[in-house]
Design a binder for this molecule. Sequence first.
Ligand SMILES: [Zn+2]
Length: 467
Amino acid sequence: MSSVDRRAFLQSAIAGLGAATLWKLQPASAAPQSDAKNLKIATFKFDATPPIGHGCCGGWIKPIEVVDDPMEGLGFVLLGAGPPIVVCVVDWTGILNEAHVAWRKALAEAAGTTPDRVSVHCVHQHNAPMACIEAEKLVTKLGNLPHLLDLVFFEKCLAGACRAVAEAIQSPQPVTHIAHGEGKVEKVAGNRRIMGPDGKLIAMRGSASKDPQHHALPEGLIDPNLKTVAFYNGDRKLAACHYYACHPMSYYGDGRATADFCGLARRRRQVDEPGCLHLYFNGCGGNIAAGKYNDGSQEARLVLTQRIYDGIVLSEKNLAREAVTSLRWATQDVLPQTDPKYDVGRILAQIADKTQSVANRNRPAYTVSWIRRCEKKIPITLSALHINRTSLVHFPAESFIEYQLRAQQMAPDRFVACAAYGDGGPWYIPTAEAYPQGGYEVSVAWCGPGIDDVLTQGIRSVLVGPA
Ligand SMILES: [Zn+2]
C-alpha cells in the first residue's frame, strides 16, 4: 500500500468508525485449537515518540518539551495457526474508543487478518499521548483548550506501525518452542489506595511520594511477580513478553518524553539480547503505583529501573522451553454500561465553561467519548492467546489488580500472564467493592459497579470458556 493509499485507508478507517452495523456485539468466540505445527512469528517495532508540543496525559500536564528517550511501539504477529494474530504494545498513556478500534483495524489490514485477532496495549507512561479521537474533536470544537491528540501525528504513527507489520511478515521465523517464567520484583509496586479502619479510602499513595507515612505503610494487595512468556525457534529466543502490574511513572509532568523505568528496564534487557525482541506489558495496575518506594527523584528512577530489570532477568532465569503443541485465540465482546450518574448535557456545559480549570474541561471530554461510544454500541473485545498450558490474557483500560489475581485463580492449572491498558475507553475499572470506598479511581471510572461482573465473566469466557 502506498503512503497515499495508506493515508486514505486510515482516514476511512477513522471516519467509518461508529457505524453501528459494523460493530455488532459478537458472541464469545473460541477459534478451534490449532496444532500450530507451522507456527511462525514476525516481530516489529516502530517509533511512537510524540512531536514537541504534543499534549500529555489528556492535556492537563505540561506538553512535550524535550525527548529524553524515545517512546516505542513493539509487537509480534503469529502466522500459521489460522488467520494471523497481532499483539502490540505502545509507550503511550492510552488508546481509547474509536482510536483503539482504528489501531486494531489498521494493524489487522496490514497483517492480513481481522480486528478481533488484534490486541493493542499501552504501557501507560504519563508524559505521552492519551489518544481519543472523539475527545480531541470535542475540545477542538469547544475551543480555548489544549489539544489532547495531534491527529496528523496519530495517523503518521499508525501508518508507521502498519508499515512495520507489513515488512515483518515478509520474513517470519518458525516458532517451535515457548517458555514461561516468573520472578519477584523487589520494592516497586504498592497498592495506592490506603484504607481507613471504617473501610473508606483515607489517602492515595501515588506514583511518587515524599510522605514518610506512605513509605512506612505496607505494600497492600499487589501481584509481586513479573512474568515472562518467550517464543523460540529451536534454542534461539525470538521474542520475550514481560508482564508486571504497576503504574510505570517515577516522575512526570515535566514535559520530558521518556519510556520511564519500565521502558528503560526493557530497553536495557534489549541491549543484552539484540537478537530477541523484548516487550513489556503493564498488567492490571489501575490501583498500583510505586509511591511506597519512590520519592520522585532522578536517583529513584534509576533504582526502579534496576529493580524491574532485575525482575526481568530473574524471570528469564526460570524459562524452560517446551515444544509448541497447541494454540488457540479466544475473544469475547463486552459493552459495560456507563454509570448513570454521568449526564452528557451537564458535562458538555462543564467543558464549555471557561471559568473551569483545564483538567475539569479536558477530562470530561473522555467521559462524553465513552458515553457516545456506548450509544454506538462499539464493544470492547477481550481476548486470550492460549499456547499449550500458557495463557496471555488481554484486559482493557485501568483494571484493578484484583482482576489479574482473579484470572490466575480461575485457571490454576495454567500459566496466566495479564496485559491491561488495552482499549482505554472506560478509564478506571475498579472492583464492585471499591465503589463505596470512594477515591480518585472511582471518581474517574466511567462505568458503574456492574462492570465488575461484565469484565469477570468476559475474562472467564476467554480464559476457561463460556459459562
Ligand atoms: Zn493510570
